[in-house]
Design a protein around this ligand. Structure first.
Ligand code: FAD
Length: 301
C-alpha cells in the first residue's frame, strides 16, 4: 500500500488520503475506515494506477456518492477509488452523450433536459454518480439506465479497458457489473428529442417536488432499502407490519416513508443491519414475502 501511495504521488496520478472514514463518504454516515482513498485526476492516470493495483493484487472498491451503501464499522485494508475528477461530459451526435463515471447524475440529467431531450428526468432526481447509476441500473418514475445506455467502458480484473455494447444483463437494480470485477469509467447514453409540447426540465422539477413531499430527504438515508416485490410496494408491507417509526438504537424506519431507513444520530452498522433483518424476517413470517435489500452492503468477510 505504501508503494502505491508513493507511485501515485511520484507520477502525479491524483490525490491520495489515508485512513478515511466511511461516515464522510456515505449518505447514511455509517461505517469504519478505508486504509486509502484514491481520487485520480484523469481517466488516463486512473488506468495507469489501476493497472499497478491489479498487477499487485491490491484490493480495491469503487465508491461514487455513497448514496446506496451501508458499510460495516471495520477498518478496510483496501484502496477506495472515487472518480470525483473523472467527470467529463460530452454531447455527441443525435442525442448521444458520453459521461465519465464521476459525473453527478443530477447535473447531467438537467443538462440533457435543458438541451431538449426526453427521458433524463430520472437522472435529474437521483443523488448518485453515473458510475453508481450504471452499476445499480438505477431508475425512477418508470425510467432506468437500461432504457438509454448503449455502451459502457470499464476496467476489468487485469486493469484492461473493455467496451461493452451488449449483454448488460439489466434487471430491477441489477446489471452484469455486479457480477464481474470491474471499475466503470464511462457510459454512452442516447436520448430521444422531446416531442413538441413536452418540457423535460419541468418534468424534473415535478419529480423533485414529488420526492420532497414523500421522502425524508433531510435525514441521513440511502434511498429505498428494499426492492418492491411484484404487485405490492415494500413500504406497504413494512407499514402493515407496524414498523413505521420503529427504531433499533439510532437506526430507524422513517415516519415519512416506511421503505426509507434513517440514521437518527450515531447509528452503527449492527443497529442498521439488525433493523433490516427484523423487517425481512417478519415479512417472510407474516406475508411469506422475501424482501430483497436494494442497498449494497460492504463488510469484512
Ligand atoms: C435521498 C435518496 C434518493 C434516492 N432515490 C433513488 C431513486 O429514485 N432511484 C434509484 O434507483 N436510486 C435512488 N437512490 C439510491 C442511489 O442514489 C442510487 O443507487 C445511485 O445510483 C447510487 O450512486 P452512487 O454514486 O451514490 O453509488 P454508491 O452508493 O457510491 O455505490 C453503489 C454501488 O455501486 C458501485 N459503484 C459505484 N461507482 C462505481 C464505478 N465507477 N464502477 C464500479 N462500481 C461502482 C459501488 O461499489 C457500490 O457497490 C436514492 C438515494 C438517496 C440517498
Amino acid at each position: 500500500m505504501k508503494d502505491f501511495i508513493e507511485f501515485v504521488n511520484e507520477h502525479e496520478l491524483g490525490k491520495i488520503r489515508e485512513n478515511v472514514s466511511f461516515k464522510q463518504l456515505t449518505s447514511l454516515k455509517i461505517g469504519g475506515t478505508a486504509r486509502c482513498l484514491y481520487e485520480p485526476n484523469s481517466l488516463d492516470n486512473l488506468m495507469i494506477a489501476y493497472k499497478y493495483l491489479k498487477n499487485r493484487q491490491i484490493p480495491t472498491y469503487a465508491i461514487g456518492n455513497g448514496t446506496n451503501l451501508l458499510v460495516s464499522d471495520d477498518r478496510f485494508d483496501l484502496v477506495l477509488i472515487k472518480l470525483t475528477k473523472c467527470n467529463g461530459f460530452k454531447p455527441l451526435s443525435e442525442g448521444r452523450f458520453m459521461m465519465e463515471a464521476g459525473c453527478q447524475s443530477g447535473t447531467v440529467g438537467r443538462i440533457i433536459a435543458k438541451l431538449g431531450y426526453s427521458g433524463s428526468a430520472f437522472m435529474g432526481v437521483i443523488p448518485g454518480t453515473v458510475g453508481g447509476l450504471i452499476y445499480m441500473n438505477s431508475g425512477a418514475y418508470k425510467k432506468e439506465v437500461a432504457d438509454f445506455l448503449y455502451q459502457c467502458d470499464y476496467l476489468d480484473a487485469k486493469g484492461d479497458l473493455v467496451s461493452l455494447t451488449e449483454g448488460f444483463n439489466f434487471g430491477y437494480r441489477e446489471s452484469i457489473f455486479q457480477s464481474i470485477d470491474c471499475l466503470i469509467i464511462r457510459g454512452f447514453f442516447k436520448f430521444p428529442l422531446a416531442p413538441k409540447g413536452e418540457e423535460p426540465y419541468q418534468t424534473i422539477n415535478r419529480y423533485l417536488e414529488l420526492k420532497r413531499n414523500t421522502q425524508p430527504l433531510n435525514e441521513r438515508n440511502a434511498g429505498s432499502v428494499f426492492r418492491n416485490p411484484p404487485h405490492i410496494h415494500a413500504w406497504e408491507i413494512i407499514d402493515a407490519l407496524g414498523y413505521r417509526g420503529f427504531s433499533v438504537g439510532d437506526a430507524g424506519v422513517s415516519m415519512k416513508h416506511a421503505n426509507f431507513l434513517v440514521n437518527k444520530g450515531n447509528a452503527t452498522f449492527e443497529e442498521m443491519a439488525k433493523l433490516v433483518e427484523l423487517i425481512q424476517t417478519d415479512a417472510k413470517k407474516y406475508y411469506n414475502i422475501d424482501l430483497k435489500c436494494e442497498w449494497k452492503i460492504l463488510k469484512k468477510l
